[in-house]
Design a protein. Structure first.
Length: 241
């Protein structure tokens, strides 16, 4: 009752990254960990902690053997839609593609497929059972969303992520047919554009996203843009989903 009547007394699980003094190293138990991009270690992953984290520009990233790190990196990867570069081969596939696209039709299957995707460069998946459970709960609450790519009745690609209050934060994607994940991303961008958004958060740069026009910006600039988008959503100027 107190939390509903007096929201100023609600528990906060994370400091504000705008004012937090990021240390170079953090002592967690008996070990020091590099912490220049990390807000905290070991905060439990729940729907409540994840929701607060994303709204503050923070995201969890599971690493085996380390208390769960919650990141807000100094260099943040984003994709501004005005900078989107579609290679000729992808543009051709987009024109000829036989696929059907849906949003939030089968979030659970998309997340499971992302978890099962082979990523040799990462030494395994960060999408553990706990992540699947919590993000499915966020989906039920209307905060996590998916794009599905169908070939007939078969799921052949997709992606999922979190609406941080006016900005879509991409988490993972998968494909079982050529270009399916890339076409899912283009479909998502068209969807977000139609609802007033002009960029998305991709968290950490990858060669694939860089080839599509993504860039890195400073943490402070990312947090400013996130706050602006959240203000715009409050005013009804942006509605991602």
């Amino acid at each position: 009752m107190t939390r509903k009547l007096f929201p100023q007394f609600e528990q906060s699980y994370f400091p504000d990254p705008r004012t937090y003094a990021f240390p170079d190293w953090a002592l967690v138990g008996d070990y020091y960990y590099q912490a220049s991009d990390i807000v905290t270690f070991g905060t439990p992953l729940t729907a409540e902690t994840a929701a607060e984290a994303y709204r503050k520009g923070i995201f969890p990233w599971y690493m085996r053997g380390i208390p769960l790190p919650w990141y807000c990196p100094e260099q943040r990867a984003v994709l501004e839609f005005k900078d989107l570069h579609i290679p000729r081969s992808l543009a051709k596939a987009r024109r000829q593609q036989p696929f059907k696209f849906t949003i939030d039709r089968d979030f659970g299957s998309v997340m499971k497929a992302c978890a099962a995707a082979k990523r040799p460069e990462q030494g395994g998946t960060w999408i553990t059972g706990d992540f699947q459970r919590v993000y499915t709960e966020l989906h039920k609450k209307g905060m996590a969303h998916s794009v599905e790519v169908w070939d007939g009745g078969t799921l052949v690609g997709g992606l999922y992520g979190v609406d941080a209050g006016g900005v879509f934060c991409g988490e993972s994607m998968f494909y079982r047919a050529p270009n399916a994940s890339k076409l899912a991303l283009l479909y998502l961008i068209d969807h977000l554009r139609s609802r007033g958004s002009d960029w998305l958060d991709i968290q950490v740069m990858t060669p694939h996203m860089e080839a599509l026009g993504a860039k890195e910006i400073r943490r402070v600039d990312f947090l400013d843009r996130l706050r602006l988008a959240q203000d715009q959503k409050q005013k009804g100027l942006i509605y991602c989903f």
